[in-house]
Ligand binder design. Structure first.
Ligand code: FEO
Length: 398
């Protein structure tokens, strides 16, 4: 690995995972990812911010060796999840004098996940600092980005924020800094949707706190470093706001063509009313893209046939994702068809009850859709367009 420097005595010592295509056995990562660890040399002490995924531990240690690092005084785990903490044991074996500096909650989780002994830890409180000599680390405990123990580390003299997962992206790049902004923006938005979106409220509070810090660089533990911090901070401010776009996410699956016909009709009806549609055929879609669309969309419509007594499993899974990701989306509806009966509407409605979405009356028909069913779909499109028009939080033409 080529050594990369953020500033004099501050190095990126992580690993790029170009080929990773699935995270947590759940989240597609089409652009790969990186596990960023950073070495900070002070005049008296040396600190390592986060480590890397266990699959890349040799790379981390090789980077430290290449820098001729003989001792590490502090390892700072900002977050206990194993893609950042999983190599701590190996680093401690190589640098046995190092202490783990973190908050109590993170310490507890690390002890449970990695079976680390008590004596390797130094606990810190929110706002506490750690003196490295000519450099000072300040710790901000920021629960729920995206676990309860998460914290950020701010390097005062250099004005660098190390936020671990927060403000990151699953994006493998040879450039240290975010260069292809449009592409990385999309990756960061997708990452926000998949990981951070359920915690929109607490993240807004953390962003407000950060607004009082002077920040020159944001160095997350996934994806490129932001050398224009405002770009990603503004993006997060927008994503976590209550503002929505005049958009419908239409996620559907069809077995014999009836639901497909209804979906086709509803798309045309919405477009003719000036509403943007984001369509996801659940048999082939990348669910990360679906999640990303939910960051802004004002309405979600689930299209599904009834299979046995309820929704198609693909629609069930997509609805479950919506219910746990808790987007700001204001409205929901259901369209589809059934053969003889079932509880499709009830199952989906119950699942969405964890969100604040208002249900717009569904259009679920028996068999192939008929003329009166198309009129019902027109009425559904009318109602969606009306609500979008009348809701002041929904931005038109953006
Ligand atoms: Fe990148 Fe929550 O771990």
């Amino acid at each position: 690995m080529v050594m990369r420097q953020l500033a004099e005595g501050i190095y990126w010592v992580g690993a790029i995972d170009w080929d990773r295509r699935l995270f947590d056995a759940l989240i597609p990562t089409p652009e790969g990812t990186s596990y960023n660890a950073y070495l900070i040399q002070g005049s008296r002490k040396t600190a390592l911010i986060d480590t890397v995924d266990p699959s890349k531990e040799d790379e981390l240690l090789a980077n430290l060796k290449a820098l001729n690092i003989r001792s590490i005084d502090y390892i700072i785990p900002n977050h206990a999840e194993q893609d950042h903490s999983g190599t701590i044991g190996r680093v401690l074996a190589t640098y046995p004098m190092a202490k783990l500096v973190t908050n109590e909650k993170c310490r507890d989780l690390l002890q449970r996940l990695l079976l680390l002994p008590d004596e390797v830890f130094l606990s810190i409180q929110d706002g506490e600092t750690l003196d490295l000599g000519n450099r000072t680390l300040e710790f901000l405990i920021t629960p729920w980005v995206h676990w309860p123990e998460t914290m950020l580390t701010y390097l005062r003299e250099d004005k660098i924020l190390f936020p671990c997962d927060f403000l990151g992206s699953h994006y493998a790049a040879s450039d240290l800094f975010a260069r292809n902004r449009h592409t990385i923006y999309e990756a960061a938005k997708r990452y926000f949707a998949e990981i951070m979106m359920p915690f929109r409220g607490s993240i807004r509070g953390h962003l407000e706190r950060l607004s009082h810090f002077e920040i020159r660089l944001i160095a997350p533990s996934h994806g490129p470093v932001w050398d224009d911090p405002k770009f990603i901070l503004d993006a997060y401010a927008e994503w976590t706001s209550d503002r929505m776009k005049d958009e419908v996410v239409l996620a559907y699956v069809s077995m014999h063509g009836s639901t497909q016909r209804m979906v086709d009709h509803l798309i045309d009806a919405l477009i003719s009313r000036g509403v943007t549609v984001r369509l996801f055929n659940l048999t082939v879609t990348d669910l990360g893209e679906l999640a990303k669309s939910l960051v802004d969309a004002a309405t979600v419509v689930v299209g599904t046939p009834t299979i046995l007594f309820g929704p198609h499993p693909a629609a069930l899974y997509a609805t479950y994702l919506v219910s746990v990701l808790k987007p700001k989306t204001a409205y929901a509806s259901i369209i589809g068809s059934y053969g003889w009966g079932g509880k499709t509407v009830k199952v989906i409605t119950d699942m969405l009850s964890t969100t604040k979405m208002e249900l717009i009356p569904p259009v679920v028909v028996q068999g192939y859709p008929k003329e009166e069913d198309f009129l019902s779909l027109n009425a559904l499109a009318d109602e969606i367009a009306k609500r979008h028009r009348e809701n002041p939080l929904i931005q038109k033409g953006v």
